[in-house]
Design a protein around this ligand. Structure first.
Ligand code: MRU
Length: 358
């Protein structure tokens, strides 16, 4: 299965080559495929803030490479370079607030820094750590894809019509995708009849990115307005809603793209199963519940304009870009450590004690 999954992979968003980070500009996809080079932590922080790169795991991986670029600069400048590096950690940590993968990756880079031995070259060691974060995210996605597909088979073996929200594919991760990875694996196994992709207002991750990834791979996809989701559940035989996550708390609450919560409510009403797919780097055991998750609010312009063209009246716009789905609306959280069905505090704690399955 792993080989078939790898063969299906067509897109990537992050490339680290010869000491430079290249990011595919997701603001202009699918119309233009433009890669930008980055050689400083400040540049990478700006790319995360302005959403050149987006998606929880992709943000974390980019931030790790941002630290590598900072180590190159600071170490070569000499002096107390480790102290100076704190400025870069802060810059990257302040780029976006909700996806915990960003802070998880920065912590892991900081821990590696603290463990540096005198004989080690910090540039090489930190680069290797960022590459390891990148590769292990991709591996986690391959594992989750298989686990999620097995879960779908376990509940209903025949052809499925599924609904997804936002973009959780290769573009949002170190490769392959989380929720979209499960959909890919289920498609390879002949279990997917059709994917409905929410357009995901206001940034249009669904219509611009998810639809593009699925069309490129020949997976049958139909785009729908976010507000059509409950109607689709009632009329189109949807069996699963499959989404990613930006932060999962110790009790199993899930922050994800705005609109996810109302999908879960509608899914519960219609008897549609609700699956969240996320690596353990998205789980924040330091927060007891979703109420503690900082929810990013972006410029109201994202709502009032489409493609730079004003579409709203002269009015204030409230633009929270994530919401929190309570654990009791979730059927399963799929991670690379295994699956938690009907998540709660005890099951989440047990999951985090397990080893990765790959
Ligand atoms: O604002 P974005 O595009 O970064 O939000 C992305 C999402 O909400 C995704 O669903 C989530 O990060 C999971 S991506 C594997």
């Amino acid at each position: 299965m792993r080989d078939r999954l790898l063969a299906a992979e067509k897109v990537k968003a992050i490339d680290w080559r010869d000491g430079t980070l290249y990011l595919l500009d997701q603001r202009i996809l699918p119309f233009e495929e433009t890669w930008h080079p980055y050689q400083s932590a400040a540049g990478v922080a700006d790319a995360i803030r302005t959403m050149v790169v987006r998606g929880a795991p992709a943000i974390g991986i980019s931030a790790a490479y941002g630290i590598v670029l900072a180590v190159f600069d600071r170490y070569e400048a000499g002096g107390d370079w480790q102290m100076a590096l704190e400025e870069d950690f802060d810059l990257l940590a302040n780029s976006r607030p909700t996806a915990v993968n960003l802070f998880w990756a920065l912590n892991r880079m900081r821990e590696r820094l603290y463990r540096l031995k005198d004989h080690e070259d910090p540039r090489k060691v930190m680069e290797a750590e960022a590459v390891a974060i990148h590769l292990s995210d991709r591996e986690a996605n391959l594992t989750m894809a298989q686990l999620g597909a097995e879960l779908i088979r376990k509940h209903q073996g025949n052809l499925q019509t599924v609904l997804t929200h936002c973009n959780t594919g290769a573009l949002a991760t170190g490769g392959f995708g989380t929720a979209l990875g499960v959909i890919r694996a289920a498609h390879i196994e002949g279990m997917i009849e059709r994917v409905y992709a929410d357009e995901t207002r206001p940034w249009l991750q669904g219509s611009r990115l998810t639809a593009w990834e699925l069309v490129n791979e020949g997976i049958p996809v139909t785009l729908n307005a976010d507000s059509a989701a409950a109607h689709l559940m009632k009329t189109k035989g949807i069996t699963w809603v499959i989404v990613g996550a930006d932060r999962i708390t110790a009790n199993g609450d899930v922050a994800n793209k705005i609109g996810t919560y109302q999908l879960a409510v509608a899914a519960m009403h219609h008897g549609v199963r609700f699956m969240v797919v996320a690596p353990s780097s998205t789980i924040d055991m330091n927060l007891a519940s979703g109420e503690d998750i900082p929810i990013e609010e972006r410029d109201g312009k994202e709502l009032l304009e489409v493609g730079g063209q004003r579409v709203g009246a002269e009015v204030d716009a409230f633009n929270p870009v994530f919401d929190v789905t309570p654990a009791d609306l979730i059927d399963a959280i799929v991670t690379e450590k295994g699956i938690v069905e009907r998540p709660d505090t005890v099951k989440m704690a047990q999951l985090m004690c397990r080893k990765r399955l790959h």
